[in-house]
Design a protein around this ligand. Structure first.
Ligand SMILES: *Cc1c(COP(=O)(O)O)cnc(C)c1O
Length: 367
C-alpha cells in the first residue's frame, strides 16, 4: 500500500492552511532614531497611573487572576453607563473577535466584511471553516448597500470596523442602523470600534445604543490604541446577555492577566490622560492631511489615529519606493499589499517630531 496519498502528519481542519499569516507592522529600520508609525500605537504611551498599577502586580505573579474580571468590567461599566454583566473582557479585542467567530461560525456558514476591512476578520472566519464574503467599497468607504447585497440565509456574521483600519473612513450612525435593519435577526453584527475614542464627528456612535436595544449586535473595544496598552493585550466586548453567556462558556477561564486588568482599571480612571491624546490626534490629523496633500499626495479622509496615503502606481514615486526611502531615514510606515492597496502606505499619527520627520522625508522623496 502506498503511503503517498495519505497524510504523514496530523492535519488541521479544512481552511486553516489557506489562511495568510497576519504580518504585524515592522519595527526595525536604519538610522540612529527610529520613528515607528506602522501599528497605530499611541505616541503618548500609557497613563502613568496604568503603568504603576501594572507594576504593582509584579510581586503577585504566582496567583491566578480574577477569572471574571469583575473590577475591570465594573470600571468600564461605570465609565460608559453600562451593565457590567453585558461586558466580556479579552486578551485584546482580537481574542474577542476570534471567540465570536469560533462560537457562531461553522462550515457552510458565511460571514461578510468590506473590501478593505481589518485583516483579522478573514482569519477568524476561515479558522472556523466558514466562507468569507467580501463586499466592495466605494471611495475606500464601507457601502451598506453592497454589504446588504452579500447577505443571504447562510450569513451568520457581519464584521464592520467603524472607523475602519486601514482606510480611516467611518459610517455615520444612521448608516450603521440601516445596515442592522437589513440583516436577518439570526445574523450577528459585530461593530469593531477600536478607534472610537478618536472620532470627533456628531453623526458617529460606537454602537453602545444599538447593542443595548438589539439581540444581534456586539461591539468590541480595545485598550491598545488611545489607552496605549497594546503590549498588555486587553479588550472588551459589550454584548446582549445571551452572547455574553456564550463567550463566557468558551473563553479561557483566565484569559486576561492580573496585570492587564489592574492597568485597565487605572487607565479607564485617568480620562485626563486620554484627553491630551485625543486633542493631539485631532490637531495632527488635520495638519498632516493638509501637508501631505500640499506635497501632491492623495490622502483618504480619516477620523482615526492614522492616514492612508496614496502614491503613484508606476514610475519612480511608488509606495514601495517611498517606503524604502522612509526606512533609510529611520521612518517605518505600514505597507498595504496585504490589504490589496499596494499603491498606499498607512501612517500612524506620531508625536510632533515624528510627524514632521515624515513630511520632510516625503518632500525630499517627491522632489
Ligand atoms: C488595532 C485594532 C484592533 C485592536 O486589536 P487588539 O487585539 O485589541 O490590540 C481591533 N480592530 C481593529 C480594526 C484594529 O485596527
Amino acid at each position: 500500500m502506498s503511503l503517498k496519498s495519505e497524510a504523514i502528519h496530523p492535519l488541521p481542519k479544512a481552511g486553516i492552511l489557506d489562511i495568510s499569516l497576519y504580518v504585524p507592522g515592522k519595527s526595525a529600520a536604519r538610522g540612529a532614531k527610529i520613528y515607528k508609525l506602522s501599528s497605530n500605537e499611541s505616541p503618548f504611551g500609557a497613563s502613568p497611573q496604568a503603568v504603576a498599577a501594572y507594576a504593582s502586580k509584579g510581586n503577585l505573579l504566582a496567583l491566578y487572576p480574577d477569572g471574571s474580571a469583575t473590577e475591570l468590567r465594573e470600571a468600564i461599566a461605570a465609565r460608559y453607563g453600562l451593565n457590567a454583566g453585558s461586558i466580556v473582557c479579552g486578551a485584546g479585542s482580537d481574542e474577542l473577535l476570534q471567540l465570536l467567530a469560533h462560537a457562531y461560525l461553522a462550515p457552510g456558514d458565511e460571514a461578510v466584511y468590506s473590501q478593505y476591512g481589518f485583516l483579522v476578520y478573514p482569519i477568524a472566519i476561515a479558522s472556523n471553516g466558514a466562507k468569507a464574503v467580501v463586499a466592495p467599497e466605494v471611495n475606500h468607504s464601507t457601502s451598506v448597500d453592497d454589504m446588504l447585497k452579500c447577505v443571504n440565509a447562510q450569513t451568520k456574521m457581519v464584521f464592520l470596523a467603524n472607523p475602519n483600519n486601514p482606510t480611516g473612513t467611518y459610517l455615520p450612525f444612521n448608516e450603521v442602523k440601516r445596515l442592522h435593519a437589513g440583516l436577518p435577526k439570526t445574523t450577528l453584527l459585530v461593530l469593531d470600534a477600536a478607534y472610537a475614542e478618536y472620532v470627533r464627528r456628531n453623526d458617529y456612535e460606537s454602537g453602545l445604543e444599538l447593542v443595548a436595544t438589539s439581540d444581534n449586535v456586539v461591539m468590541t473595544r480595545t485598550f491598545s490604541k488611545i489607552y496605549g496598552l497594546a503590549g498588555l493585550r486587553l479588550g472588551w466586548a459589550y454584548c446582549p446577555a445571551h452572547v455574553a453567556d456564550v463567550l463566557n462558556r468558551i473563553r479561557g477561564p483566565f484569559n486576561v492577566s492580573a496585570a492587564a486588568m489592574a492597568a485597565g482599571v487605572a487607565a479607564i480612571g485617568d480620562q485626563k490622560f486620554i484627553e491630551t491624546a485625543i486633542a493631539h490626534n485631532e490637531k495632527w490629523l488635520g495638519l498632516l492631511t493638509e501637508q501631505l496633500q500640499a506635497l501632491g499626495l492623495k490622502v483618504t479622509p480619516s477620523v482615526g489615529n492614522f492616514l492612508l496615503i496614496h502614491f503613484a502606481s508606476s514610475g519612480n514615486r511608488t509606495a514601495p519606493m517611498a517606503d524604502a526611502w522612509l526606512n533609510e531615514h529611520g521612518i517605518i510606515l505600514r505597507r498595504m499589499e496585504a490589504y490589496g492597496l499596494p499603491q498606499c502606505l498607512r501612517m500612524t499619527i506620531g508625536d510632533e517630531e515624528a510627524n514632521r520627520a515624515v513630511v520632510s522625508a516625503l518632500a525630499d522623496f517627491l522632489k
